[in-house]
Design a protein around this ligand. Structure first.
Ligand code: F6P
Length: 323
């Protein structure tokens, strides 16, 4: 391997820069040229990238976002777009490709691997934590800390006014953020896509389950089957007319900010590991962690199914809220 290209794609996640830094430094350590492609697959189609040097990754470990930029490329779904991307990789004499992102990012790499036979490695980077084959994805821990900071603040005002708050967090297909934040933030309840939401039961629990509390916080994953936080508030309101209900959508602040220690370490380990696996002649793998052990699985398996949170956490939450 003489030249390894890398890109970030899909929703950015805090810690992506730490992964980029680890890939670049590991490549340079082995006298491999790291080549950064800008704005994900869109930049690949448009032929935008450059050789990366040590100084390009100086002081980036603490930065949120991605210094390479990201995109969700519709053009890459078309074979004409991919032909241009492949021509670019050939022109630049790229021997291997590392992609950092979620499901869609891995799907793109799998297609390239099949159509061009280029060795590829995938690093899970998404705040949603919904990638099969790893316990944790880069960005999840930082996003959770951001959510918890917000939930703690909402608790202050909710308690002052005896209010019920529906706090919407990201996670269109998975309830990891909502569930973990519910546990860590001491929320009264959580609504996630993995569990059917029962509005009547929810209203009943708010009225009778949390009696005497100064505030109630319900974490809502954006992908919940009953809709967004505001929709759910609207459905509960007629059943709880005397309650003071509010909602808050945390939105994209969850994606930004300086990565946590956990994310910096995870990203550094995975970035280094992806390069080492490529150097061993392996390809088509998604790297990850199982406990503290580095693992890998076929990328095609990683995209076949979504990871789901451990529902024992839901039971735990219920136990903690039972009077
Ligand atoms: O995939 C990560 C994610 O943050 C999801 O949780 C969210 O639904 C989505 O990206 C938002 O995407 P965009 O920034 O493109 O609107």
């Amino acid at each position: 391997m003489k030249k390894i290209a890398l890109l970030t794609s899909g929703g950015d996640a805090p810690g992506m820069n730490a992964a980029i830094r680890a890939i670049v430094k590991t490549c340079l350590h082995h006298k491999i040229t790291p080549y950064g492609i800008y704005d994900g697959y869109q930049g690949m189609i448009e032929g935008r990238g450059k050789d990366l040097k040590y100084r390009d990754v100086d002081n980036v470990i603490q930065l949120g976002g991605t210094i390479l930029g990201s995109a969700r490329s519709a053009a890459f779904m078309e074979s004409s777009g991919r032909e241009r991307a492949i021509a670019f990789l050939k022109r630049e004499e790229i021997d291997g490709l590392i992609v950092i992102g979620g499901d869609g990012t891995f799907t793109g790499a799998t297609v390239l691997n099949q159509e061009m036979k280029i060795p590829v490695m995938g690093i899970p980077g998404t705040i949603d934590n919904d990638i099969y084959g790893t316990d944790f994805t880069i960005g999840f821990d930082t996003a959770l800390n951001t959510v918890i900071d917000a939930v703690d603040k909402i608790r202050d005002t909710a308690s002052s006014h005896h209010r019920v708050f529906f706090v919407e967090v990201m996670g269109r297909d998975a309830g990891f953020i909502a569930l973990y934040a519910a546990i860590a933030g001491g929320a009264e309840s959580v609504l996630i896509p993995e569990e059917k939401t029962d509005i009547k039961n929810l209203a009943h629990t708010i009225r009778h389950g949390y009696k005497g509390r100064r505030s109630t916080i319900i974490l809502v994953a954006e992908g919940d089957d009953e809709g967004h936080a505001l929709d759910i508030l609207g459905k509960v309101k007629p059943l709880l007319p005397e309650y003071d209900l509010r909602h808050s959508v945390l939105g994209h602040i969850q994606r930004g900010g300086s990565p946590s220690v956990q994310d910096r370490i995870l990203a550094t380990r995975l970035g280094n590991y992806a390069v080492e696996l490529l150097r061993q002649g392996l390809s088509g793998l998604a790297v990850g962690v199982n406990g503290t052990t580095l693992v890998s699985c076929p990328m095609v398996d990683a995209i076949k199914e979504n990871a789901s949170p451990n529902l024992a956490y839901l039971e735990l939450l219920q136990v903690l809220q039972t009077k």
